[in-house]
Design a protein around this ligand. Sequence first.
Ligand code: ZXY
Ligand code: CA
Length: 494
Amino acid sequence: MKLLIIIAILRCFAFSVGQFEANSKANGKAIVHMFEWKWNDIAAECENFLGPKGFGGVQVSPPNENVVIAKRPWWERYQPASYILTTRSGNETEFRSMIERCNKVGVLVYPDVVFNHMAAASGVGTAGSTSDPPNKIYPAVPYTYSDFHPTCTLNNYSDPFNVRNCELVGLKDLDQSKDWARDRILEFLNKLIDLGVAGFRVDACKHMWPADLRVIFAHIKNLSTSHGFEPGSRPFIFQEVIDMGGEAISSSEYTLMGAVTEFRYSDGIGKTFNKINQLKWLENLGSGWGLMPSTSALVFVDNHDNQRGHGAGGADILTYKKPKQYKMATAFMLAYPYGTTRIMSSFAFTDVDQGPPSKDDGATILSPTFTKDGGCDNGWVCEHRWRQIYNMVEFKNVVGANALKNWWDNEADQIAFCRGDKGFIAFNQDTTDLNQTLNTCLPIGSYCDVISGNKVGNVCSGKTVTVENDGKANIFIGLEEEDGVLAIHAGSKL
Ligand code: ZXY
Ligand code: CA
């Protein structure tokens, strides 16, 4: 009898916290963060590009109302005024339509959700609601002062109480242990579930108690069967915890409840492809680097915050501003079997506070325009439309769960490896050309390198690699080439 009760308790536990896997449809596929895009533009991008190219999901900017801040910095969206679904990205109708259109083409939607805090700035929000932070009154939720922790300043990262109960840059700190706050947060998250989202990127988890998050996550509904999810599917939750070491709070406190952002990966990959570390050290990336277990890790080359030189990694973080190294780092991330991968899709910026391309004094975000070669314009970078990146998204899908094998390196800055017998990739950031006969693990045939070009009909627009019947091929990556990578896979065979 006792044993049965224990089993029953364990089973409840398993069901309530088992949200590691990007659920079945997206499992193993890349997620792209469409930072500050409008809902209608994302819907079109799902249909025209992301679905056809095999992206598994999109992270979208916070869908709920934020306080309008002068000059419209990107971070105004991290100052919630209410849970009304009206922002510069669009309204609830547009949000709903985006989710349906993206789901239909197999691209799942993961909204960024902010519930550590409410706005620090006073004024009117994007849905017209007022916020009164000095008195901690947000009438459109509604929240009043008793829903918040007593005021204190967040200034001591060695003290978990200070980090979790005090105000980060004056943002009013919600008390997620209180029933009223918890219920408003859950009402918001469950409404998003009803609209068809597949999970959440949860902002500022370091600043919330793991025990409170556990209770909140356990009360989120299963994914909506009326949006095509299998009965019993749990949301995929990835928690933002900036843990570079040296602070009181560790990312491992959050791995029980879902995936966690691995900022040390971003830092390490940046240092590697900035030539601070050698490529050969990538062989044991993962636990060899002291990173969290692969199934817990949400990995990225850069995110919307550290691409601005803020926080984790500082100047070593690679961004679209160093395209050759950025593409190499992203290709490595998509080829190497570690973590759930997220690609950043940015707008161009010169000032770290600058918001997205916009007109009418910032009120209206501009839509991306597209160039003849398929890239973006009008202020949008669209890394996800760079051939070297979207072709590696396909590489990742083709190699699937096949293990890494046949690691080769020159004991310095040239490396190569296979993924089962489905894919082969080589990198060169050494001071000489890479010119080697290597085992590609692929069946005999001619393959298009998907970095220097595409397979177009039965020809390659870039390099062609000839694999002999022993799996070997001559691999050449010249120093002066546009890209320091070469990748071939089962789907790029002529
Ligand atoms: N902001 C400017 C002005 C206000 C917003 C700034 O100088 N902030 C101080 C340094 C960055 O600290 C922040 C962190 O997380 C946030 C912040 C924030 C999360 C939010 C809203 C915020 O200011 O305003 O939802 C933060 C927390 C950490 C950490 C590093 C940074 O280790 O535990 C910013 C905004 C940054 O720079 C921001 C916003 C959203 C994010 C994020 C950073 O998800 O990661
Ligand atoms: Ca807090």
